[in-house]
Design a protein around this ligand. Structure first.
Ligand SMILES: Cc1ncc(C[n+]2csc(CCOP(=O)(O)OP(=O)(O)O)c2C)c(N)n1
Ligand code: SF4
Length: 500
């Protein structure tokens, strides 16, 4: 109830009169970067609704003081270059995927205002699944849906929103329901879902409707700022160029043809109730790990000095060799040592004995991408993986190869290769299954990236069977000892396990 009253308080401003200003919104760049002769104009056609919709959004961001905390997800379509205009955080995504990208952004940065800006081809055709599920999950994002009843950018193909009898390049005789189906009414469809908080359809047909659109845009953003759930504003918008009309006729067409087909309405307004959308935010990973440490009675290793800023480790082998588990263990160890971590698995299609690999990133800073194109370390558990990935290893990097020696025909000039007969060592200990832990021990000894104390803490938490835990402990030690004794005192030659 307390949260609802905060929201109600925040929303009071919605009905307050606006200050009239005649200047470009601060949320726009002072100058739009276009090439050569085009510098004086935007890339939108004269009379296009995108420009007006942009203006309404930018002014709302100004008025609400949200510019610095906004992330705009721009679509594929005529408005693909929205990031040239809005001076906010910008992300450009694949066709139709804005709600999915916005979901990730909002969940990762819940204090940001995340906006998905989409056309009707983008949202209602290729992106139907993304918008429906984001709305159904009640993602706390705002979607501005610019419906001009056509594919503008690609020259006028029929969109799901194209009106009955409306001509397009792919419905040259006009849309016939018997052949092409009826126009999709996205606002109504989404309003059949339980989660959305606010859904309104507005139109850029005349000044009165534009002012209503302005209010809807502000309200959606205010609701997001107040922590409410999914908000959606459908904006009926002119596309004079593709419709073959001048800007004035195009606006009239919005009023006379589009509005009767797409009635303007507030389809959902849960401003006051906002029942289940204000669940407390999820715990952060750090909080979760901290909690688990407490229940397991294990203190995290704090303040360990790491000699790297960011370390990328790729682990590859057959399914069943514990490739993915090894990655998970390393990631959890990194977390315990206060690092940012990511673990990205990749499975082959076969359930058994197919290839598998994963990327583990350990970093002192936030990780930009979990995909490692140049890992510093490769752990290759079989020859296929070694051959496949050795060239990716960064110059000066390290390869831990889980065999006694390198294949004779393979030379890896850029990296140091350490060969460890991990399966044989594991076999002698009692189970070939712990070959991955042997390699973990070798990795810790060779690179000193994480502490073996942390490794044991993580294993103790994961492995409940005391006999298996003992086996893992021996495997970890065996990997370390192998590097320490067998390798370090030997000559650095290929036959002894190294390649230079
Ligand atoms: C995966 C993919 N499929 C198709 C296209 C081609 N394409 C580019 S824009 C577009 C339609 C955009 O129409 P809409 O979302 O209505 O935006 P508008 O241009 O009208 O603003 C299409 C089909 C593409 N770029 N990528
Ligand atoms: S083609 Fe239509 S939607 Fe695209 S910029 Fe021109 S008027 Fe706007």
């Amino acid at each position: 109830m307390a949260e609802n009253s905060v929201i109600a308080e925040e929303l009071k401003v919605i009905n307050e009169p606006y200050e009239v200003v005649h200047q470009k919104a601060e949320a726009f760049y002072p100058q739009y970067e276009r090439k050569g002769d085009l510098k004086h104009q935007t890339h939108y056609c004269p009379g296009c609704g995108h420009g007006v919709a942009h203006k309404l959004i930018a002014e709302a961001l100004d008025d609400l003081g949200l510019q610095d905390q906004t992330i705009l997800v721009s679509p594929v379509g005529c408005s693909v270059f929205a990031y040239y205009y809005f001076d906010v955080g910008n992300v450009q995504v694949a066709h139709g995927r804005a709600p999915a990208a916005a979901t990730g952004l909002k969940r990762a940065c819940p204090d940001k205002i995340v906006i998905a800006y989409q056309g009707d081809g983008d949202l209602a055709a290729i992106g139907t699944a993304e918008i429906v599920h984001a709305a159904n999950r009640g993602e706390k994002i705002t979607v501005f849906f610019v419906n001009n009843a056509i594919y503008g950018m690609t020259g006028g193909q029929m969109a799901p929103t194209t009106l009955v009898d409306q001509k397009s390049t792919t419905s040259p005789w006009g849309r016939r329901p018997v052949n092409e189906g009826f126009p999709l009414h996205m606002a109504e469809m989404l309003a059949s879902l339980q989660a959305p908080v606010y859904i309104e359809r507005v139109a850029l047909s005349d000044n009165k409707n534009i002012m209503k659109a302005r209010r809807a845009v502000r309200k959606a953003l205010e609701l997001q700022r107040a922590g409410a759930g999914f908000t959606f504003v459908e904006i009926l918008s002119p596309c004079p160029t593709i419709w073959g009309k001048d800007p004035v006729e195009a606006r009239k067409w919005v009023a006379e043809k589009m509005i009767p087909n797409f009635p303007l309405n507030v389809f959902r307004d849960r401003t006051v109730e906002i029942p289940n959308n204000n669940i407390p935010p999820h715990k952060t990973v750090a909080e979760l790990v901290e909690g688990e440490h407490k229940t397991a009675g294990v203190a995290p290793v704090a303040g360990k000095h790491h000699h790297f800023n960011e370390l990328g480790i790729k682990i590859a082998g057959f399914g069943g060799q514990g490739v993915l588990l090894l990655g998970q263990l390393l990631a959890e160890m990194g977390m315990r040592e206060g690092l940012e971590v990511s673990w990205l698995p990749s499975y082959g299609p076969e359930m058994r004995s197919g290839s598998a690999h994963c990327h583990v990133c350990l970093s002192k800073e936030r990780i930009g991408s979990p995909v490692l194109s140049r890992p510093q370390v490769l752990i290759a558990m079989n020859e296929i993986s070694l051959r496949k990935f050795c060239a990716q290893v960064a110059p000066g990097g390290t390869i831990l190869y889980g065999r006694e020696r390198l294949p004779d025909d393979l030379s890896i000039p850029q990296a140091q290769v350490v060969c460890i007969p991990a399966s044989e060592i594991a076999d002698k200990l009692g189970s070939a299954k712990v070959a991955n832990i042997v390699l973990m021990g070798a990795l810790l000894e060779e690179t000193e990236c994480l502490s073996s104390l942390t490794a044991m803490q993580v294993l103790e938490r994961k492995v409940k069977n005391p006999a298996l835990l003992e086996l893992d402990r021996k495997a970890l030690d065996a990997g370390r000892v192998f590097i320490d004794h067998t390798i370090a005192i030997g000559a650095i030659t290929q036959a002894d396990g190294f390649a230079q």
